[in-house]
Design a protein around this ligand. Structure first.
Ligand code: BES
Ligand code: MN
Ligand code: MN
Length: 457
């Protein structure tokens, strides 16, 4: 392990250069125009695994973007680690808000800026470089290693679960490791043991069969925007709880121990609010902001439109209003169950003068991972070795739906060992990843593989 650590330090600048090369390829999965770039990224990664000496490397086709799968088996008596990451990225817009071009990665004061730096190329690349460090020093790995890199995470992973199902044997492992989450703060070692799930819908109300003059018809024809806004406003009560009937039915309550854990985390609610430009936080009554953003279910309108939204004033009474609504879920809510409950809410409140269109867009299950497993202990030891103190166990408010699939299809837990920060602006302009954290990630993985490799299967 020490030789691998020394190698990683010695070759760090080259690692950064290689990361920059793959970041230059705009692998935007949601936009069909970029399909060629997504594939070029898959090819780049497959070639990189081959150059590292992985004996099995494949670009595996799906009905959508391909999955890169690489395998390095060393010894059947050693544990097998499956690393998952995603090589696709979010679109870069709004482009004019970027201070450096999104696909021309640039280092400013030790921080690498560019789309995908943190989410997720910079993070999974740390695993590839940790493997290289072992292979170029010891000539072998401390564990059997499998890596699968997906190209459709940012657009719903529609082809992923069937692929995992079909490749169940090939993916057999003792533990899954994912670096696609955040640290609690800079220099604060953290392991994420909970992720929220997601249910995403689009709702439309249609009234008159065309936009009308708001002077001629306003007063006798009901306005779909007014009606939809009212329905959305009524989705929360005065305690900021979601009013959808049965919404909280299957919510697994926080344990007293978990709440103590949350309270012990070094979290300054006011400073946190200030960072996003709000003066105070607003959370479901009875819960802290930290609990509200990670361990409680929520409902948010993501976008709303209809009528006239161009320059100046145009007096219309719109024919139609549409909103996109997401719900972040916690165990044991299921996306289907809450989506149906929300559908019933809209159906029950749609005005008799209007028709409703309710579309289920996509979803994923939340997860909670056992914090007392041997793999968690190995991860804790690894992070302690890098950061000099035991990690915090944290829950994250984001969603990585594949983690529930790994549990349900492969029967395996996932260690969420991420090195991002909330301030890395993932999905936003000026996404970034501190090079210090790229290094911490590589060293943490090197240490994890060593400790876990020595643990009994
Ligand atoms: N890496 C993120 C999820 C994440 C972010 C987890 C921060 C923990 C902390 C992932 O790439 C992502 O963006 N997930 C989407 C869901 C997906 C189904 C589109 C999300 O959370 O909105
Ligand atoms: Mn991600
Ligand atoms: Mn993302």
């Amino acid at each position: 392990m020490n030789r691998a650590l020394a190698y990683a330090e010695q070759h760090f600048d080259r690692f950064v250069g290689e990361l920059v090369d793959v970041l230059r390829i705009p692998s935007i999965s949601t936009d069909p125009e970029y399909a060629g770039e997504v594939r070029r990224t898959a090819t780049w990664l497959a070639d990189h695994f081959k150059a590292l000496g992985f004996p099995k490397v494949e670009i595996s086709e799906t009905p959508g973007h391909p999955i890169v799968f690489a395998e390095y088996a060393v010894d059947p008596s050693k544990p097998t680690v499956l690393v998952y990451g995603h090589y696709d990225v979010q679109p870069a817009d709004p482009l004019d808000l970027w201070k450096t071009p999104p696909f021309e990665p640039t280092v400013v004061d030790g921080v690498l800026y560019g789309r995908g730096t943190c989410d997720d190329k910079g993070q999974f690349f740390a695993h590839m470089k940790a493997a290289e460090a072992y292979l170029r020093t010891d000539g072998t790995l401390p564990v059997n290693l499998k890596v699968m890199l997906e190209g459709e995470e940012e657009c719903g992973s529609t082809n992923l679960a069937p692929w995992i199902e079909a490749n169940r044997e090939r993916l057999a492992c003792d533990i899954v490791v994912v670096s696609d989450t955040t640290l609690f703060g800079p220099g604060i070692p953290s392991i994420t043991y909970g992720l929220r799930g997601l249910a995403y819908v689009e709702v439309s109300l249609t009234g008159p069969d065309r936009d009308l003059h708001s002077g001629v018809y306003g007063g006798a024809v009901e306005n779909p925007i007014n009606a939809l806004a009212k329905m959305i406003a009524a989705l929360h009560d005065e305690n900021h709880r979601v009013t959808v009937e049965g919404f909280y039915d299957n919510v697994r309550p926080l344990t007293a121990k978990e709440r103590e854990g949350f309270a012990a985390l070094p979290f300054d609610t006011k400073a946190w609010a200030g960072e996003v430009g709000v003066s105070v936080t607003k959370t479901e009554k009875g819960y802290s902001a930290l609990e509200g953003t990670t361990a409680r279910p929520t409902l948010d309108c993501n976008g709303i439109w209809g009528g006239y939204t161009g320059k100046g004033a145009k007096t219309v009474l719109p024919s139609k209003a549409t909103a996109k609504i997401s719900m972040r879920l916690v165990p044991d809510q299921t996306p289907h169950e809450v989506t149906e409950k929300l559908r019933r809410y809209f159906e029950a409140h749609v005005p008799p003068t209007m028709t409703l269109d309710f579309k289920d867009l996509h979803g994923g299950h939340g997860v909670l991972v056992d914090t007392e497993s041997p793999a968690m202990e190995a991860a804790s030891e690894a992070l302690e070795g890098v950061y000099g103190r035991r990690p915090y166990f944290i829950r994250s408010g984001g969603s990585i739906p594949v983690v529930a699939d790994f549990k349900n299809i492969l029967g395996r837990d996932t260690i969420l060992m991420g090195f991002g920060l909330d301030s890395d602006s993932i999905h936003s302009p000026n996404e970034c990843f501190g090079l210090d954290r790229f290094g911490e990630g590589i060293r943490s993985v090197i240490r994890f593989l060593d400790v876990y490799g020595r643990s009994a299967r």
